[in-house]
Design a protein around this ligand. Structure first.
Ligand code: AMP
Length: 256
């Protein structure tokens, strides 16, 4: 079927790398090795632009979409920042869905494999027992969905008193799914000096509110690559015939 949206295919991350190299980021040996073993030869633009501000502990707002390498964009500097072997929640990553949480955790585990860091994933729709045991055994990085994260905070299985960095991944999606209440309650449990990273394709009013209340002099990182992707979406108008009901009009468009 013809693509009526006329969307240009999104560039693959490997076509989308920046001119910079990972060498310029002065990665520590364990992270540099894991990045190379993952087959990443050059950072993507969002990775180049986000690395220094995040590693230096700044709050950031990153306007970036899925498929641009955003997981490693927050993952690599987070893994550089947090000390090994602490076995206390040092980094918290919130994701809108269980699938994304699992995917993010998988990438973080792989990038952390040469550093003594543990990653635990917590999400709803699965029994709490195993996730609780892993949390209570101690882990530096906790990735999860807001509802389940908040459950574990309430039960004191997750203690965030020493968290150094918190990342809201796909923040706009998370709030679209109705997680505003949980997200803000979780943010209220973080230490005042906890670094905040907010990754979001869009910044609607509820995200503005979070930025205003929880971020401190944030740096905004806007990627020209993302603008490129947006500019390549062609809008197409179809005439609708009033004589037919809307579903029938829609059928004509999608089958045409
Ligand atoms: P993400 O935007 O984080 O979902 O990443 C999209 C895909 O890009 C994932 O399959 C990553 O493994 C891959 N990726 C991330 N960074 C790089 C890189 N620097 N070079 C090549 N592929 C990458």
């Amino acid at each position: 079927m013809e693509n009526h949206q006329g969307e240009a295919p999104s560039p693959a991350p490997s076509d989308y790398v920046s001119e910079a190299s990972f060498d310029e980021l002065n990665l520590s040996e364990p992270i540099r090795r894991a990045v190379a073993e993952r087959g990443y030869t050059k950072p993507t633009p969002v990775q180049s632009a986000s690395f220094r501000p995040i590693r230096d502990g700044k709050d950031v707002i990153v306007r970036s979409k899925t498929g641009t390498g955003k997981t490693a964009a927050f993952g690599i500097p987070i893994l550089e920042r947090i000390p090994a072997g602490r076995r206390k929640a040092s980094a918290l990553v919130m994701c809108p869905t269980r699938e994304l949480a699992l995917q993010v955790a998988e990438e973080l585990k792989d990038l952390a494999k040469h550093k003594d860091l543990r990653v635990v994933t917590v999400y709803g729709g699965a029994s709490m027992g195993d996730q609780k045991d892993k949390l209570e055994d101690g882990a530096e990085i906790v990735v999860g969905t807001p509802g389940r994260i908040f459950d574990f905070i309430r039960r004191k299985s997750l203690v965030l008193d020493e968290a150094m960095v918190c990342c809201l991944d796909e923040a706009d999606e998370m709030l679209n799914m109705g997680f505003f209440e949980e997200v803000t309650r979780i943010l209220d449990h973080l230490p005042d000096d906890c670094q905040q990273l907010l990754f979001s394709a869009t910044v609607p009013a509820d995200i503005e509110q979070i930025i205003h209340e929880y971020l401190t002099t944030p740096e905004t990182i806007l990627l020209s690559g993302d603008e490129y992707k947006v500019e390549n979406i062609h809008n197409v108008m179809y005439p609708a015939v009033d004589a037919y009901p809307k579903p029938r009009n829609l059928l004509y468009m999608t089958s045409g």
